[in-house]
Design a protein around this ligand. Sequence first.
Ligand code: MN
Length: 462
Amino acid sequence: MLTRIRGGMIATEEGVFPGDILIEDEKIREILEPEAPADDAEIIDAGGKYILPGAVDIHTHMDLEVGIARVIDDFYTGTVAAACGGTTTIVDHMAFGPAGCSPWHQVKEYHRLADGQAAVDYGFHGVLQHVSDAVPDEMARIAEEEGITSFKVYLTYDGRLDDLDLMKILDRAAKEHILIAAHCENHGIVTYRREQFIRQGKTQAKWHPVSRPAEAEAEAVSRLLYLARAAGEAPVYIVHLSTRQGLEEIRKAKAAGQKHFGAETCPQYLLLDEHLYDDPREGLKAIMAPPLRRQEDRDALWGALAGNELDTVATDHCPFTFARQKQQGAQNFTKCPSGAPGVEERLILLYSEGVLRNRITLPQLVKYACTNPARVAGLYPRKGAIQSGSEADLVILDPDQEWTMTTGLLHGNSDYTCYEGMKIRGAVERVLLRGKTVALNGQFTGERGGGQYLRRGRSSLA
Ligand code: MN
């Protein structure tokens, strides 16, 4: 079966140009000149619209169990939201399993949660929550057998790894070309401040960002990068970078010639700031780790995107309900489940607030939200590209629509969005997953289980 997307402006990381896209079954067959003769394809009219590669979000937490709560989106509702927002591929970060479990435990658990449920294509990052003699071998075997070629480590929380554990993992990761994604916050700084604030009765939301200062991120980013170098330039990926100070550590490592590392930021660190915590009730919506930062951090992160110093923009989609789950923190921010929704909002926020405000270009948006995430995850050019042979995951974006972001228009299970009331220019009109329309004008048209599990190749950073 042939489908031709006709009359649009194709946006890639290289540029924006007029062209038609001919899809045969699940793949892009070729890019045609706009005036190329008609064929017997079914026509999708994209006149006046942009056509982007389906967006790739390599930091989500569907169906995540965090002990004090479980996120409100499972792999179905979360990927319906993803699809409606133009994201056709996710790579999900697993929850920790039972204490002492093998990394295989959560691999099996996540197949149980996602297989037959996900509405967009999906992969997993493994998680390493302790390091026994067996763990590095298991990591290598999971990469081979499951196509899970990246693993997450935490430098804070109960499942954190210390420097010795990290060295054991990084040394093996360097040899196996496995990417280690890291949550970088210094555990001592955060724990000391949280315990101190609880003793002092400083338990309102406004103390949350103070308990996780920029120094905690910068120290952990710096340490991770030095450890990776010491392990022979192990490939590492810094998730959700939030501060100017953390960015400075990345610049230092680059200036020193270090390769095989990358960094991600998220829309919330670009668009929201810590003043949201001033309201003790509303502030619970934005309790997340790392916390929202200051204007100067936002400016620094936008500048880094404009200057091509970062690799990706992902979401850290980790939704809870405000009415119920977030209220666990009403008297004490340390009891509030940490995280916020965002998988559906990301692409259009980057267009409306990024491209149209001249903070980044449209090709940069494509690079950060579609193409580089596919590269980092080992999915390029199968995903994230508009070229012959790539899977026909495409977004038709209407630049002329104006609307107001509000929870009722979104598809996830959370009862709020951090961007409520934001004026948006541009809208995701149609989304194709492997040639099939899975979202049209804000309605989900795909199916439960329509997403395929992605066995990934090696990361471009490895
Ligand atoms: Mn996360």
